[in-house]
Design a protein around this ligand. Structure first.
Ligand code: NDP
Length: 328
């Protein structure tokens, strides 16, 4: 049986080439569960893989796609049977193991979670790894005891996948949400998601003082670099920032002042190797707490081949919200 996949190959000059290619089921990597993929998505990391801008792909040829939703086509694992609806995020899929930007995937049963009740495959991938990471960030803040009465919560990279879903989640949970963005023309969309104040990205992205005016009780940061340093310096006493991304940069040019003088907590969030129970909890909460009516207006749906042209635009911060890929 053949199926279509986005296949990445590396040329002799080191450049990455991406093309929709017909593959045979026998070429799929090993795993206990084969999945008929319904939807995948285009995440920041997929953009890096497809463009070759950063060496996230560990071996070639590679099918990118760090997430997918679909139904089980074949399973040798007792936990999954044919027809079960499943979701996958991370675990190196799309980096070292063929991923979701394909009509078929074969993966380890341990990597899957059952699709949460209340969401279909299209909705799951309108959320995608970015949205699932937003929920992990919210859970990290709540684990530190952050609550709406503490004060406003800042979301950086607001128009991105992580940022947009984080705004919708936090607003739904009753938080006052401030959204930092470089795209002030999208302020209307951010307010529609639930933000009440828009912060200009440039006020946070340049080098700043080690301690600044106490503004936010907490933050979700998908940007890193100077932005994260300035966020730490601007948190209220005892505040927490959930840090998950590096859209501005991987560096963290900060001082210890916010930690030792204001008791600020820097909570790191990883979605790729998060344990099973935390994944299931995140997806359960997404199904019950994310306002689903906001999902579609935050999502652009494309085909497999379109991922190649959209990837550089995503990395350039020109894509609003989430990109869902209909692989069929
Ligand atoms: P997106 O590209 O969708 O969003 C990133 C957003 O960051 C942009 O939309 C833009 O928002 C802002 N941004 C872009 N460039 C810059 C810049 N130079 N300086 C400041 N802000 C910038 O990506 P995702 O939301 O999917 O992912 C965001 C980050 O989170 C990525 O670094 C990704 O790798 C990381 N991530 C980490 C995960 C984990 O497990 N830890 C899981 C998922 C994502 P605006 O236009 O509003 O300013």
């Amino acid at each position: 049986m053949t199926f279509n996949a986005l296949l990445l190959t590396k040329a002799d000059d080191g450049t990455t080439h991406a093309a929709v290619t017909a593959l045979d089921e026998a070429q799929l990597p090993e795993g206990e569960v084969r999945v008929n993929v319904a939807f995948s998505t285009l995440n920041y990391k997929d953009g890096l893989a497809i463009t070759g801008k950063s060496p996230v792909v560990r071996k070639f040829p590679m099918v990118p796609g760090i997430d997918f939703a679909g139904t089980v086509a074949e399973s040798s694992d007792a936990r999954y049977k044919v027809g079960d609806a499943v979701v996958l995020n991370g675990w190196g899929v799309g980096e070292s193991h063929w991923g979701g930007l394909a009509q078929q995937a074969r993966v380890k049963a341990d990597w899957l979670v059952p699709m949460p009740a209340g969401l279909d495959a299209g909705q799951c991938m309108a959320i995608g790894t970015a949205g699932y990471t937003s929920m992990l960030c919210v859970m990290a803040l709540q684990a530190q005891g952050v609550k709406p009465t503490d004060g406003p919560v800042l979301v950086t990279g607001a128009n991105g996948g992580v940022g947009s879903i984080a705004i919708a989640l936090l607003a739904r949970l009753g938080f006052e949400v401030h959204a930092s963005t470089g795209r002030l023309d999208e302020a209307g969309h951010l307010r529609h998601l639930g933000a009440t104040e828009i912060v200009e990205r440039a006020t946070l992205s340049a080098p700043g003082k080690p301690l600044q005016k106490e503004r936010w009780a907490a933050a979700v940061d998908s940007v890193g670099s100077y932005t994260l340093a300035n966020v730490c310096a601007s948190l209220r006493y005892g505040g927490t920032v959930a840090a998950c991304g590096l859209a501005q940069g991987m560096d963290l040019p900060a001082s210890v002042a916010p930690f030792i003088l204001r008791g600020v907590t820097l909570a790191g969030v990883d979605s790729v190797q998060a344990p099973y129970a935390r994944r299931v909890e995140a997806w359960r909460r997404l199904a019950s707490e994310l306002p689903l009516d906001l999902l579609e207006s935050n999502t652009e749906t494309i085909g497999l081949g379109d991922a190649v042209t959209l990837a550089p635009r995503l990395l350039a911060g020109q894509v609003r919200g989430r990109v869902r890929v209909d692989v069929n």
